[in-house]
Design a protein around this ligand. Structure first.
Ligand code: BGC
Length: 894
């Protein structure tokens, strides 16, 4: 049995081209067919030359053999230099003294490690044409600019070894070298609080260079606009060229660059984009172009720069329209059959000057025309003016839309179904989870959530992708985070977002509802502000990202203290405003008082923060905040626990209906006094079953925790029933009514206002599919130990799930028949699983890979030969403990 290193990561990326500040983290995934295999030691080498790796030498760092079961470590070697490539490899030992071979050699690069390494200047076009967009979220309209084009010719000598471009351009940029677009990032850089920081990306441009070169950059508005307090678009670019002879050369953005307007005119996130192909400037981004008519650029100020370590936004797939029809001569509607985020690409031939308009919507009216009510004031219109030269193709660059339908008008001929193609555009996070089960409705709900989740990843977690918002509303972000984490690799994405939260923090510790704070709503509703603590905690739990806890410790503490300063008798009575947002039939919470949600989040934040302190070894603080959380819990019960259950807003003397959410929240954290737990649970179940006919009466907050509470307390069947209801309100209802993503509201509403068809906040239910239906959840941070407990619910005969983690891939797949239950699992090296196998009755036999494990008719002894430990019987499950490896359990009831 061998062990080997399969995947290697530096700062959670494969081969990063720049580092964030601080010590890089090295992480390796071990591959082995060993059962119960565990790493006991590792050795890691870092060197500045690849040849040293061949000799197994680390001139920068040689850890020697370190006793450790962790499959990661933080760099402690010699000081790293800016703009350098380093090489690393690792080997590991297991508990039997077996040693892996050295891993393959991986590498990472440092970019500009310090501010002084940025020699380039921020530049902008001097005079810019302006326009206004009415989509700017409020009544006032602010100006934005036509896109600006920049060029800089330069010469190099022979013998280039490597070249890198470090660039940021606000709001959005596109980079070209010698006429070719560099990289496949779109809508780059990610959105930030631009007055403080902008993100830069790094590209390997070695193969794009020759002796005579030209850089071309286009800038669009993005969020860098007057409405949010910014002025005209600007860029900073630094190219580093390293020659074979060891010499280095830099090319910087400065006022020797020239600029111009071009074919991209109006452009805005809400507005759309106008492209006049007659204004194209062929070869504007190659060396020999005559730029005498171009203007000088000016040097402007710009923010500090931070490496964009999260994956960029990309076009990830193409969608073909499902159908197309005409609503009047010359006006065509295309239906993509799927609500998604991005834009369309058109292919057209026609006379010069022909103007084509593409409007976007989520819905259509009964008469087949676009219903743009749900996108509110966002113009969401792309315009293309033909140059009249053969087949022309166009897709916008500096806007994006959330839509299912488009209306195309002005086409020179009758367009065909092939004339347009949808481009799905979102932050390109890796899909690491996979879920499927025998119930088609559940699969459809899952699928809708995936579309909705990706649509709402646009460098920040957005509320929605279509209307005049698309902001980082933090409530939506934190409520959907666990779902996102089961499906996608979210670590670097949320790490970036946490930095934005930190930047948005005020002196008094408060943070806003929307981050980046383009609209400044301070202080956040505690359910929204909780994103700070909750996301940081998830990054530790799911990715063992301790660095993030350390980096945010002071600011998180300031936030928790802010909550404390705003509490009265350990409850929060005044910060709440949204609370259990969007319950059935309303936007604002109905039955659930905001004081309940605010105070519960106060508990959540203080309790999680005490655990964060514990992880960081801050013992005094851990104790202090744990005690504070106890006080909050007591006050919560003292203040909100009534005779009828937890505090509910009653509408008149005969109203006895309790709030589901008010009961769910304290149950989730086991806050309910022991002697009252059964009562509260009964009240909740009674409310759901008897009063709501097994439907939710929860807003986004209660919904997030409902299914954990039900399943942890023996009501998984009810959870399943609620999720698969096809009647209002529920996910099945949305699907029956044609939803292809998840609605903002439980109601089918198609007018303006708050009726987005693609919000992710109610997508939190997806976690239930992995955690309870498949039955995979972690019980120790970083997936070191998991619980596998399939919840058998009626009508589901099989379910399977896969999750790729920082330890490797977990697989759980089960199948149930009348008298048999089969469970196959795979546990990565170094991990343990406590498995709860349903026993389907009193008499049974359990085998693993054909070998008898447990026979109910015999007294159970531990199996001496087996690596599987029998832990006992609990209620309806046989509990066994396994380590790494693949296992095939088969239970037969007699
Ligand atoms: C957003 C929500 C957000 C809310 C705050 C809305 O306009 O779309 O999802 O959380 O405002 O209550």
């Amino acid at each position: 049995m061998t062990i080997s290193i399969r995947d290697m990561y530096c700062n959670y990326s494969t081969t990063p081209l720049a580092l964030k500040n601080g010590k890089p983290k090295f992480l390796w995934i071990i591959d082995s067919d060993k059962k119960r295999g565990k790493q006991t030691a590792f050795q890691l080498l870092v060197s500045s030359f690849p040849d040293l790796m061949k000799e197994n030498k680390g001139d920068m760092w040689d850890t020697q053999k370190v006793e450790s079961s962790e499959n990661y470590c933080y760099y402690e070697g010699k000081e790293l230099e800016s703009f350098k490539r380093y090489y690393w490899k690792v080997r590991v030992w297991d508990e039997e003294g077996g040693m892996s071979d050295w891993s393959s050699t991986s590498c990472f690069e440092t970019g500009p490690l310090e501010k002084k390494d940025w020699k380039a200047q921020w530049i902008a076009k001097k005079d810019l044409k302006t326009f206004k967009s009415s989509g700017d979220y409020d009544t006032e309209s602010y100006k934005q600019y036509y896109a600006s084009f920049f060029r800089k010719p330069f010469e190099l000598r022979n013998g280039i070894k490597k070249a890198r471009a470090y660039i940021s351009g606000l709001g959005f940029y596109e980079l070209y070298l010698n006429g070719k677009k560099i990289g496949n990032n779109v809508l780059d850089p990610g959105q930030t609080e631009y007055s403080k920081e902008a993100l830069y990306s790094v590209y390997d441009i070695t193969n794009y260079l020759s002796l005579k070169n030209c850089i071309g950059v286009i800038l669009g508005n993005g969020r860098y606009i007057e409405r949010y307090g910014y002025s005209k678009p600007r860029l900073v670019l630094q190219i580093l060229i390293e020659y074979e002879d060891g010499n280095k050369e830099f090319i910087f953005s400065d006022n020797s660059w020239k600029s111009s307007h071009g074919p991209i005119q109006e452009n805005g996130i809400y507005y759309g984009e106008k492209y006049d192909a007659r204004l194209e400037m062929p070869n504007w981004n190659i060396y020999h172009f005559d730029d005498t008519n171009w203007e000088e650029t000016e040097i402007v100020s710009g923010p500090d720069l931070r490496y964009q370590s999260m994956p960029p936004i990309r076009v990830t797939s193409a969608l073909k329209p499902q159908k197309m029809y005409s609503i009047k001569p010359g006006v065509y509607i295309y239906d993509f059959g799927q609500n998604f985020t991005g834009w369309v690409k058109i292919a057209v031939k026609g006379p010069r000057g022909t103007e084509i308009k593409i409007r976007h919507s989520e819905l259509i009216n009964k008469d087949g025309t676009l219903n743009t009510a749900t996108i509110r004031k966002a113009e969401a219109t792309d315009t293309y003016v033909l140059k009249g030269e053969g087949l022309e193709t166009y897709e916008p660059r500096f806007t994006y839309h959330g839509f299912r339908y488009i209306e195309v008008s002005g086409f020179p001929t009758v367009p065909t179904i092939e004339s347009v193609e949808g481009c799905f555009v979102h932050t390109d996070v890796e899909k690491i989870g996979d879920f499927y089960c025998s119930n088609e409705l559940i699969n459809k709900v899952h699928n809708n959530i995936l579309w909705g989740q990706l649509s709402n990843l646009h460098s920040i977690p957005t509320d929605c992708p279509q209307r005049d918002e698309r902001f980082g509303w933090m409530g939506d972000a934190q409520l959907s985070a666990e779902e996102a984490i089961y499906n996608f690799d979210m670590n670097l994405f949320y790490e970036n977002y946490l930095q934005e939260i930190k930047l948005s923090q005020k002196e008094d510790g408060s943070i806003p509802d929307v981050v980046p704070a383009y609209i400044k709503i301070y202080p956040a509703d505690p359910a929204w502000g909780s994103a700070y603590i909750t996301l940081a905690w998830y990054l530790y739990e799911y990715y063992k990202n301790e660095q993030v806890l350390r980096n945010h410790f002071d600011s998180m503490k300031k936030y928790v203290e802010f909550l404390k300063d705003n509490s009265e008798n350990n409850l929060i009575k005044k910060l709440g405003k949204f609370g259990d947002w969007c319950p059935p039939g309303a936007i604002s919470p109905k039955k659930t008082p905001v004081e309940v949600t605010s105070s519960w989040y106060y508990y959540n934040d203080v309790y999680l923060f005490s655990r964060i302190c514990e992880v960081l070894g801050e013992e005094d603080e851990a104790k202090y905040y744990l005690e504070l959380s106890e006080k909050i819990k007591n006050s919560f019960n003292g203040g909100f626990l009534k005779e009828y259950g937890y505090e509910t807003r009653m509408f008149g003397p005969v109203d006895r209906l309790i709030s589901q959410t008010s009961q769910i929240l304290p149950l989730y954290y086991e806050m309910v006094p022991k002697d009252k737990k059964e009562f509260i649970l009964e009240r909740l179940i009674d409310n759901i079953v008897e009063h709501q006919d097994s439907h939710v009466d929860t807003g986004i907050v209660g919904t997030r925790y409902l299914f954990d509470v039900l399943s942890e307390n023996g009501y998984a069947d009810l959870a399943f029933k609620i999720i698969t209801q096809e009647s209002y309100p529920g996910w099945g209802y949305m699907i029956k009514e044609g939803a292809t993503t998840v609605w903002e509201r439980w109601e089918k509403l198609e007018a303006g206002g708050m009726n987005s068809q693609n919000h992710i906040m109610l997508g939190s239910v997806d976690t239930w599919f992995y955690k309870y239906l498949v039955g995979l959840s972690l019980t120790k941070p970083g997936w070191e130990e998991v619980k596998i407990k399939p919840h058998l619910v009626s009508d589901v005969s099989f379910a399977s799930g896969k999750v790729k983690t920082v330890k490797g891939e977990f697989l759980v797949s089960w199948e149930k028949a009348e008298t048999t239950f089969k469970l196959s699992i795979a546990i990565p090296f170094g991990c343990e699983a406590n498995i709860f196998i349903p026993r389907l009755g009193e008499e049974y036999v359990l085998n693993e890979s054909g070998v008898l494990l447990v026979d109910s008719s015999k007294k159970q002894d531990n199996l001496p030969e087996s690596k599987i430990k029998f832990e006992g019987i609990e209620e309806d499950s046989i509990i066994v403990n396994v380590g790494s490896g693949q296992y095939y359990f088969e239970l037969k009831s007699k």
